[in-house]
Design a protein around this ligand. Structure first.
Ligand code: HEM
Length: 193
């Protein structure tokens, strides 16, 4: 055997061993499904709010939680307790008080896009076209943000999302709930400025 062919044989054996050891990864557990997939993913279901239309189950799950969260924020604002979120949502509340819900519907849609797209719902229907989280929550950039959010405001907001998740059955899966809270927490820094 020539020096060259010995080298080639060694390379082949080494390569085969390397390949064999890599292939043991096949036994590793599969990575967990995305949050969007665990919320129902791309399965098409009828849209309860728009008769005759279909919607992805993952998107519908988020929309339900967001609508419930909005309900809790409205109740918070109406409670007139000190430290309520009225000042932050002042522009929106003035409009809604006057019977104009156009921007509220846009906000719910944007929030649904934002959560869906960023947790694995990457179909075009979920494309987020709003501001980034720093700009959206900076009153100097976004006049619809009445005043900056404090840490306490954020914690309260997060609590409402949690309550809304419980009300819509999402929290029954504790791992899913933990993963959603982790996504919310990852946004605290950009939002609280
Ligand atoms: C995880 C937490 C949060 C997320 C993911 C989030 C996400 C968003 C998104 C996607 C928008 C729409 C931006 C756009 O259309 O360009 C928005 C707007 C807004 N957010 Fe947040 N937000 C969070 C927490 C908060 C908190 C804690 C407050 C206040 C205490 C707040 C107050 C607002 C206000 C006032 C607006 C503008 C609403 C309007 O268009 O009238 N957000 N947020």
């Amino acid at each position: 055997m020539t020096k060259y062919s010995k080298f080639a044989l060694c390379a082949l054996v080494f390569g085969a061993l390397t390949f064999t050891s890599c292939s043991s990864d096949d036994n590793d557990p599969a990575p967990p499904a995305s949050i969007y997939a665990r919320l129902g993913g791309t399965t098409m279901v009828s849209d309860p709010d728009n008769p005759g239309q279909m919607i992805e189950q993952g998107r519908l799950s988020y929309r339900k939680v967001i609508n419930s969260t909005v309900g809790l924020i409205v109740a918070d604002v109406q409670s007139s307790a000190s430290g309520n979120l009225g000042a932050h949502f002042a522009p929106l509340l003035t409009e809604v008080g006057a019977g104009n819900t156009t921007n509220l519907a846009i906000l719910v849609d944007n929030l649904t896009d934002f959560f869906s797209f960023n947790t694995g719902g990457t179909n075009a229907v979920n494309t987020y076209s709003g501001r980034d989280m720093v700009s959206a929550h900076n009153p100097a950039v976004n006049p619809r943000m009445g005043v900056v959010s404090t840490n306490a405001d954020f914690t309260k907001f997060e609590g409402y999302v949690g309550q809304a998740a419980v009300a819509n059955g999402v929290a029954a899966d504790t791992q899913l709930y933990t993963d959603i809270v982790a996504v919310l927490e990852s946004l605290r820094d950009p939002i609280v400025q």
